[in-house]
Each structure stands twice: as C-alpha cells, then as structure tokens.
Design a protein around this ligand. Structure first.
Ligand code: HPA
Length: 285
C-alpha cells in the first residue's frame, strides 16, 4: 500500500471517530468524564448508573459491534456519584478479525468526548500458581504480545505523540485507590502484570510457561490495545481483570469459553463494587 493511501485511510478514520462523537454529543445531556469498558460477563455495574441513557453500538456511525459471547453491545450514559460516566457494555476483539484501529475506535471516541479517566475490565487466566479463580486482579502493568499495535501507521498529531511514553500505563494513584477500596470492601484482590495474546485459541502449556517467565501474572485477549490508545490520548487508566481460570501448565485442564464467562459473571459484582468506590473517590478529589 502506498503511503498516500494509508494517509487517506487515517483521514477517513479520524472523520468517522468525529462523526460518532458528534452523534453521541447530540444525544447525551453532558459529555462523560469517566468511561468504563466492561469485559466478558462483567456487565453488573450498568445497574448502578443513574438515569441511564442507552445507545446500541449499531446506531453509532462507525462503531464496531462485538460477536463475542457475553458482550451486549450497548453504550450507557449517566452519572455515578455525580460523575458523568459512559459505560461500554461489550467490546470488540482483535481475534474477531477487526484491525487494531477498529478495536480501539471507541477509545478515540472517548477522547473526542473529553473522557479523562478510562476504567477497563476483562476476563483472564491466572498465570501465577498462587492465584485462586474468582478474584479480581488490579493491573499494575502490561505486556503487548499480540504482535500488532493500534498506533502503527501515520500518527494523528492532534490525538497524541508519535512515540508515546508508556512508563506508567496504569495510573499509580488509581491502582492505590482500587486496592484501598477492595480492602475496605473486604474483597481479596491480586495485583499484577497482564499479558495480551491475540487468541482466539487458549494457550498451550509451553506458551503459558513462556508467558509466566516473561513476568506476567495474568493472560487474556483484550485490553492492551485500548490501554495503548488511552495512554496515547493522555487519559488516566485503571484496569481490573477477573481471574477466571488457572493458566498454570502443571495442572492445566481443558478450558471452555462458557467456563470463563460463568466465573467472570461471579467475579463481576466484586469488580463493580471496587469500580463504584473508585469513581466515588474521583468525585471527592
Ligand atoms: N487465556 C487467555 N485468555 C483468557 C483466559 C486464558 O486462560 N481466560 C480468560 N481469558
């Protein structure tokens, strides 16, 4: 592909993002300051949104729809503890065949809407042998092992720098607030590094051994692209994984997506209560 073609493609993408943001702005009472991306089976928090206004993804021009199980495909707008918040119930994944840019389209829309803080959740396998399933893990750092980046191609200087800093991909203050919130709520949480693979297959024992040696505590198939774009956009990020299965080579059992979804649902209410408390703290700052 010629560079000029790539530049045309990006220009079209920017236009679509702006169109989607404008569409949303015209529908909602106030632009969101906080966004929450809900992963597989983690839709619980949507009940906590005051006076929620719902927009299905397929009504927003250019918005990618998810084909993954447990992903609803709705944007919800409203307030949590007085903070204008946008919830994304369901997300699209790289393994569905979307490009990295399409996967992160919603994050660019958030940027255009003026979102300052992005909270992102997912289901993941616990690589750390001491992890029990059904507990949240607050993400301290991440490894991009997807073999692609949403920032490849011409840089949109209005959105962020060509070579964005990633020295603190997840905001230290938000991590501390989330850990404190969990403690106050009596919820046992882990803290660790999340590594993203492309999927859609789960990992072989040899791959799990490798990922553990890389220094990761949890493995999943999402989040990393969105967090790269949010950092590029200058947002503060908090990430929480639901540990849905033991990704430990020594006692690996056959794993199904249904099992992951079921445990994610059980862990969802814990993650929701932590997030609600974090957003409350944001409103007290
Ligand atoms: N591996 C990759 N992705 C996942 C897993 C896993 O074990 N569990 C939930 N998502």
């Amino acid at each position: 592909m010629k560079l000029s073609t790539l530049e045309e493609e990006i220009a079209g993408y920017v236009e679509n993002v702006k169109k989607a943001a404008k569409f949303i702005e015209q529908k909602v009472k106030q632009p969101p300051k906080v966004s929450v991306i809900l992963g597989s089976g983690l839709g619980d928090i949507s009940q906590s949104l005051e006076e929620a206004y719902v927009i299905p993804y397929d009504e927003v021009p250019g918005f990618p729809t998810s084909t993954a199980p447990g992903h609803k495909g709705e944007l919800l707008f409203g307030e949590i503890s007085g903070q204008p918040t946008m919830l994304m119930s369901g997300r699209s994944h790289y393994y569905e065949g979307y490009s990295m840019r399409t996967v992160t389209f919603p994050v660019r829309v958030m940027q255009e809407l003026g979102v300052e803080t992005m909270i992102i959740t997912n289901a993941s396998g616990g690589l750390d042998p001491s992890f029990d399933v059904g507990h949240p893990m607050v993400i301290r750092d991440q490894i991009n092992f997807m073999g692609d980046s949403p920032l490849i191609g011409p840089n949109v200087d209005d959105w962020g720098p060509r070579f964005p800093d990633m020295s603190e991909p997840y905001d230290r203050d938000l991590i501390d607030t989330a850990l404190e919130a969990a403690k106050e709520l009596g919820i046992g949480v882990y803290e660790g590094v999340y590594v993203a693979v492309s999927g859609p297959n789960f990992e072989t024992p040899a791959e799990l051994r490798m990922l553990r040696r890389f220094g990761a505590e949890a493995v999943g198939m999402s989040t990393v692209p969105e967090v790269i774009v949010a950092n590029h956009a200058g947002m503060r990020v908090l990430g929480i994984s639901a540990i849905t299965d033991r990704a430990v080579p020594e006692d690996l059992k056959p794993l199904t997506a249904e099992e992951v979804l079921q445990v994610a649902k059980q862990t969802g209410s814990k993650i929701s209560s932590i997030i609600l408390r974090v957003i409350k703290r944001l409103s007290e700052d």
